[in-house]
Design a protein around this ligand. Sequence first.
Ligand SMILES: [Zn+2]
Length: 414
Amino acid sequence: MTRSVLIDRIGELVTNAPGAADAAESGPGGGLGAGDGPGRFAVINDAALVIEGDRIAWTGPSSRAPAADESVDAAGRAVLPGFVDSHAHLVFAGERSAEFAARMAGRGYAAGGIRSTVAATRAATDADLRAGLRRLAAEMLAQGTTTFECKSGYGLTVEDEARSVALAAEATGEVTYLGAHVVPAEFEGDAGAYVDLVCGPMLDACAPHARWVDVFCERGAFSVDEARAVLTAGRARGLIPRIHASQLGPGQGVLLAVELGAASADHCTFLTDADVAALASAAPSPDAAGTVATLLPGAEFGTRQPYPDARRLLDAGATVALASDCNPGSSYTSSMPFCIAVAVRDMHMTTSEAVWAATAGGALALRRSDVGYLAPGARADLVMLNAPSHTYLAYRPGVPLVHAVWQSGTRPPH
Ligand SMILES: [Zn+2]
């Protein structure tokens, strides 16, 4: 028999529950269940929640909490859906702190820095890469991230990309094939031949391990035509497109994402009016999976670039996600609370918009209907803060506020 756990005396329960605006309480039979996916930002104050197995069974006011096999006293703390980090590069070797220090001393950032990580990654053993990935995944979990996406992209040979996606698949179901991260040095001056490799033998080797295909569409990386070729080839193999676009300057990548039905256009730092309009019209709805605008403030922090204009996207009606972009070059943070704090302080998102973007927004960017919200049927992935409300994530930046994490209904050992 499945054991149930009641978490009681929750000061503020962030639910993002579908239909939550109409009902303060929900439970089996209430018309909500698995498959609905997240709704709008919503909270229940003085709340309780019941976990059964790996799922949420009940949420509602503490005064009406049902009995359970075991109970946990939240003592007024806030409980949120686990963070969904929909953009991370975790399979790599080496580090680039000297490059970061030089950049902070005034040197510019260009896409080519990726090549130094490629050299270190090719030289690393599987065991080294696996250990690094596990360390970062543990770091994420300790900070409340219960679902993460992981890209390849530092191998850039058939063999090294294939082992990168295979290693990523050991750690997450959200694996992205990013053979088109940068043109490797040995293909300098012949990007076309490299794109052929990415769309051919490399895709054949990687597709069985991946759910997504991604491309770095940027000056210094891949043109829009090359990006279209990569995403179209991936889609033909059953992978769903996502894209790195408009990080370093305006380009055609965002429009390409919408044209191809990509799940997400990521970075979105330099957007045209047409980009914003396209993202607004492609916002996910109950009828269409759509394209999410995923903002990665860690990258702007780490490269001292201007932050993306989240308000412009939100006010236009686009769906915004926040993700870490964790990688050793431009954004070596695994912290969603850090991204939330920056998004609130410097990208003018409200605290509720930022928390929604880091949970429900990430779930939509990964087309997941089981995470990013807390309602009956959702996966029991949740974060308890050492704070009474979600606002503290931005109000107390840099402070380790995560008190406890449940992943699929269990508390991972610390
Ligand atoms: Zn990235």
